[in-house]
Design a protein around this ligand. Structure first.
Ligand code: VGL
Ligand code: ZN
Length: 213
């Protein structure tokens, strides 16, 4: 097996490992908790480590309840089509906190996203209007990052958009498949995989990272 060695210009992006996406959470990703331990082990190997944190206002535009609709329906918002979610990751609530077993000491930067009431943000780089930036690309540039390794929750939404935007921003992107879990609405995990591939992202497993298995 060929392994890939971590370099000083590599960044690990840990996407949304928060209580609401884990067991018992408002938008629990099947087997979501399983990413915590591998991510704790991975994180210490990377020189640059960024966490993202879904951080919504109450009555956020991405919540079904805001529109009197049922979760997982689709709707049209000002910037395009939006899946409507159960209320989740409301700023300041326990659901928005990181999983208690996730080692937060590793995080060097925490990017909060989705805090504008009218705009969702799956991506750690830019919001769903595809215009409003979070500043992450500039941050990584200033830290001389060249390659980003993406893991966390959920494969088909926030990991997907974060990975695609990282590629779009000019980084070489690796998605660590077995350190992610998906929601999978109507084949969205497979669709996400194809979209990430088309965007130029690479896929690997934890044991392909030198010294991380
Ligand atoms: C996410 C749906 C809504 C995610 C966040 O982290 O993948 N999915 N908000
Ligand atoms: Zn969200």
């Amino acid at each position: 097996m060929t392994t890939i060695a971590i370099e000083p210009s590599d960044c690990l992006i840990v996407v949304d490992v928060q209580n609401d996406f884990c067991e018992g959470g408002a938008l629990a990703v099947p087997d979501g908790d399983a990413v915590v331990e591998p991510i704790n082990h991975l994180a210490v190997r990377f020189p640059v480590i960024v966490f993202t944190q879904d951080w919504h206002t109450p009555a956020h535009a991405s919540f079904a309840s805001t529109h009197g609709k049922t979760p997982f329906e689709m709707t049209q918002l000002a910037y395009g089509v939006q899946v409507l979610w159960p209320d989740h990751c409301v700023m300041g609530t326990s659901g928005a906190e990181f999983h208690p077993m996730l080692d937060q000491r590793a995080a060097q930067l925490i990017v909060r996203k989705g805090f504008h009431p009218e705009v969702d943000s799956y991506s750690g780089f830019q919001e769903a209007d595809r215009m409003t930036k979070t500043g992450l690309a500039s941050y990584l540039g200033e830290r001389s990052v060249k390659r980003v390794f993406v893991c966390g929750l959920a494969t088909d939404f926030c990991v997907n958009w974060t990975a695609q935007d990282a590629a779009q921003a000019g980084f070489e992107v690796f998605v660590i498949e077995d350190a992610c879990r998906g929601i999978d609405l109507d084949g969205s995990v497979e669709a996400a995989r194809q979209a990430m591939t088309a965007a130029g992202c690479h896929f690997l497993t934890i044991d392909e990272i030198e010294g991380a298995a």
